[in-house]
Design a protein around this ligand. Structure first.
Ligand code: ATP
Ligand code: MG
Length: 279
């Protein structure tokens, strides 16, 4: 593919073409695809996300949304296509290297170390970025303690975003469900991502928790100046905070645009209603 062609495609894949034009996109997915048992779960997925964009990935159950996150974070190796966080090719990277390249995520089903404390869960995220080497960690050198102290301070700061600092020493598994979902976000943030992927962050939350989550998603974007991509079935949340939305159906993007464009797009309405009719 020629350089011009690549640049052209990258522009046309943006959800909001006029945003963040002067910066390298936080992520570009080009022609991404994966098949399971010969069937494509995600096919020809093209998407470019701006540096500080809040965007949504929506679609009926089984459309392939979580699979997209698994591809972007290298939980699955793509059968086809490229993933470029900050223009870097992730072809030879594993999940941990992709995280260090700036992509962090939460999971549709909460994955916390339930027997560890809230603080310990956040520190596990932070450790992916700590500068000390293995020898200094084993020998507990001054460099180790200094990095460890910084990590703890930072973890406490991050917990305070969600007003969870007073729960730092509690067991993660003992927190109410909504708080566990918030803790997962804090742990992801501790890895200092430039792109945060949230898989159904409002699932199981009550309306007031969801409203608070929406505020917090804005706060995270504004404080850290990062991009956030979220998968969500709660249309109030999606339409309320996403600047751009991509709609997936049967593994393919069927529409991209602003919430207004998506809401009135007949192809999108059909995808959702069609699914309901089948059910
Ligand atoms: N590891 C796997 N092996 C085989 N098939 C898989 C695998 N992971 C996902 N799939 C299939 O890919 C399709 C998309 O699944 P995915 O979980 O991405 O959907 P989703 O859009 O996140 O749905 P939901 O809204 O229900 O979470 C489904 O048909 C699923 O069965
Ligand atoms: Mg899913």
């Amino acid at each position: 593919m020629s350089k011009y062609r690549e640049e052209y495609d990258s522009r046309s894949n943006k959800l909001i073409p006029e945003r963040d034009q002067e910066y390298t996109p936080v992520i570009e997915a080009i022609g991404l695809g994966i098949t399971f048992g010969g069937l494509p779960a995600v096919d020809d997925f093209n998407l470019t996300v701006g540096r500080t964009e809040i965007c949504g990935l929506i679609g009926p159950n089984g459309a392939g949304k979580t699979t997209v996150f698994n591809l972007l974070t290298k939980v699955y190796t793509p059968t086809k296509g490229k993933i470029l966080p900050d223009g870097k090719d992730t072809r030879n990277m594993n999940t941990s290297q992709v995280n260090q390249a700036g992509i962090a995520r939460t999971f549709q089903n909460i994955r916390l170390f339930k027997n560890l404390t809230v603080l310990e869960n956040v520190l596990i995220g932070a450790h992916n970025h700590i500068a000390y080497n293995m020898a200094s960690a084993i020998c507990r050198t001054p460099a180790y303690w200094s990095e460890e102290k910084k990590a703890r301070e930072r973890a406490m700061e991050l917990l305070s975003i969600f007003e969870m600092q007073d729960h730092a020493q509690e067991q993660a598994g003992s927190l109410p469900y909504g708080a566990q979902r918030r803790l997962e976000i804090v742990r992801a943030l501790a890895t200092q991502p430039r792109l945060l992927l949230l898989d159904e962050p409002a699932a199981g939350m009550n309306p007031s928790e969801t409203a608070e989550l929406m505020e917090n998603i804005h706060k995270i974007r504004d404080t850290f100046q990062i991009a956030i991509m979220l998968i969500e079935h709660d249309m109030g949340l999606v339409m309320g905070i996403c600047e751009g939305i991509a709609v997936l159906n049967f593994g393919k993007i069927i529409a991209k645009g602003t919430p207004e464009q998506i809401r009135s797009n007949p192809v999108v309405i059909e995808a959702y209603l069609g699914k309901k009719r089948e059910a």
